[in-house]
Design a protein around this ligand. Structure first.
Ligand code: FAD
Length: 323
């Protein structure tokens, strides 16, 4: 690690003021489980001069609910999200996604805000500087996406264009299916961003001085059935090869509405609108689930080594629809 200035922010305003003062030479840190790896591997051209610790800000963690929505502070640890009776009861897909992140140590340190903002795990992008020099690529602003011609086993099969790295966040998949929004603060003031719009092909759309403060989840209907499934190579600790979250509004076996989101198949959490259209208004059985799974992946275009992800994704969609 190189040396840097370290600030314990006491308020969101102080953190935003420091981000303004240091500009692109500053980074915020919450649990640090992703950021410290990024710094140690020196994958970014600009090593930050200042780190601003958010965990010293009080009142930005915790989980609350009223009739309208469930509200989660950005600094709430993933373990708390996974274990919260409130979340398990009203947003079980989110609890399952948080429980699937990494290992107990990572969930005890990592925060829900940090999980949403973590950097991609693409192995070209994250290639450590100390192993022969960092790799430039499209995502870093210079050069092609090496996954296109290289080893693309874990890259996007949907919506990849110039960068095929996938969004690594498990909780983003569940939050997108729950139609959550994030509340943010920056120099420009507060705004609320639907989770579905939080990412573009190169990461989050947050401004350099913008912090996530709260996650807002509309209270799911009493008929909602929620599912989250993740396929990973190592059961004990691993990122998703593919994940899927589904929120289904069911009445007497008929699917009145559906929101299905796939993770790790595209640069952003991927809303499977084709599958939702097939399900809406129809009695859900095995045959319909198989049709929905086909529809979910109908636009998939594999690279040379990742067609297998399409079959896994179809299987996961079929499985989440087995109620
Ligand atoms: C071995 C290993 C396995 C992992 N497995 C998984 C997995 O299976 N699934 C998964 O989803 N993740 C996984 N992760 C990633 C891990 O979940 C994230 O590292 C963690 O959730 C990030 O939270 P954090 O609070 O530690 O973030 P930090 O490392 O502190 O920050 C991550 C990024 O978010 C920014 N940031 C943090 N908080 C905010 C905020 N409130 N507003 C704006 N920006 C913010 C930081 O500047 C930084 O860029 C794994 C990580 C490791 C090292």
């Amino acid at each position: 690690m190189k040396s840097f200035k370290h600030f314990d922010a006491e308020s969101v305003e102080e953190a935003v003021a420091l981000l303004t003062e240091y500009g692109t030479r500053a980074r915020v840190t919450a649990g640090g489980t992703d950021l410290l790896g990024v710094l140690k591997s020196e994958i970014l051209a600009d090593y930050p001069e200042a780190l601003i610790n958010l965990k010293t800000i009080s009142g930005l963690d915790g989980i609350e609910a009223d009739k309208r929505e469930v509200t989660i502070g950005a600094l709430t640890r993933l373990a708390e999200v996974a274990d919260s009776p409130l979340v398990k009861n009203s947003c079980p897909a989110l609890a399952l996604s948080a429980a699937s992140v990494g290992s107990p140590e990572l969930r005890n340190m990592g925060t829900i805000g940090g999980n949403l903002c973590q950097d991609t795990r693409c192995w070209y992008y994250r290639y450590p500087d100390k192993m022969g020099g960092r790799v430039s690529c499209y995502r870093k602003g210079k050069g092609p996406c090496h996954a296109i011609k290289g080893d693309n086993r874990y890259h996007a099969v949907l919506e990849g264009r110039k960068c095929f790295a996938v969004c690594p966040s498990d909780v983003a998949v569940a939050l997108a299916a729950l139609q959550a929004r994030v509340k943010t603060v920056s120099r420009a003031g507060e705004r609320t961003i639907p989770l579905a719009n939080l990412y573009d092909a190169l990461g989050t759309v947050l401004a350099q001085d913008e912090l996530i403060t709260w996650i807002l989840i509309p209270t799911p209907s009493a008929n909602a059935v929620q599912r989250f499934l993740k396929f990973r190579l190592r059961g004990s600790v691993d990122f998703a090869v593919v994940s899927v979250a589904a929120v289904l509004d069911m009445a007497e076996g008929v699917c009145r509405d559906a929101c299905i989101v796939l993770g790790a198949v595209a640069p952003t959490p991927y809303r499977a609108v084709g599958a939702e259209n097939i399900l809406r208004g129809r009695a859900l059985d095995g045959q319909l689930a198989a049709q929905a799974a086909q529809a979910a992946l109908k636009d998939a275009k594999p690279l040379s080594r990742n067609a297998y992800k399409i079959e896994i994704a179809k299987t996961l969609v079929e499985r989440v629809l087995q109620l």
